[in-house]
Design a protein. Structure first.
Length: 216
């Protein structure tokens, strides 16, 4: 994998410029972007940087984090609080993401997205209001394990950490087998459109946009 050094600001500007030239692959009128990576990677910050760069281009943007779509504790902890297989396949409510986030943005959809569903701290529904993303808007979803679910993303960005760095930065070390499984089963470094190496958060490096061609 060839990578080149880049700053976070240049990365966000370059991705925003590329996204601004894309057309939604599902015909729904709104673009859908993934910023995938483990909690130890800056997925939220990167999503916000891309969103701000897109807003400077005049685009409406909605950022959604998958931490707002965790399942209730009774389901997450069915096999214990530190089960890596449950964490990998049972903690995040992919059905709710399809229903509340992606479904409304399909062709003929209402455009009304629920930005979050469940508060894992209080273990109850957030009761957040729906947010309307107008035609021409961009949805940016960030969080772990985003690839491999057939979510209708128009561009996928994976923030990669080497295994050693991931182990050092991950507070919940029991989750590490889940990320190893994700790497083996999904291969995000190969599946994503753009890969950003973030071992040194001050000096990211990326694969660039040249291989994507004209996808607009």
């Amino acid at each position: 994998m060839r990578v080149e050094a880049i700053t976070w600001e240049r990365l966000a500007a370059a991705l925003a410029g590329h996204i601004d030239g894309l057309e939604p692959g599902d015909g729904g009128g709104r673009l859908k972007i993934a910023v995938d990576g483990p909690p130890a990677a800056p997925t939220g910050e990167t999503a916000e940087r891309i969103a701000e760069a897109l807003r400077l281009l005049g685009r409406s943007v909605l950022v959604v984090g998958t931490e707002g779509f965790l399942r209730p504790a009774s389901l997450r902890f069915e096999y214990g609080k530190r089960d890596p297989d449950s964490y990998y396949s049972g903690w995040y409510d992919t059905g709710a993401l399809w229903r509340e986030v992606f479904g409304p943005l399909e062709e003929g959809g209402s455009g009304r997205v629920l930005p979050d569903l469940w508060d894992p701290v209080r273990d109850r529904a957030t009761r957040s209001d729906y947010v309307e993303l107008p035609p021409g808007g961009v949805l940016v979803v960030h969080g772990p394990f985003l690839l491999g679910h057939w979510f209708p993303f128009d561009l996928t960005v994976h923030l990669r950490l080497s295994p050693g760095v991931l182990a050092r930065r991950t507070e919940e070390s029991w989750t590490l087998p889940a990320f190893e499984r994700y790497a083996n089963e999904v291969g995000p470094s190969d599946a994503a459109d753009v890969v950003v190496r973030t071992d040194d958060p001050r000096h990211p490096a990326w694969t660039g946009l040249a291989d994507l061609g004209d996808r607009g």
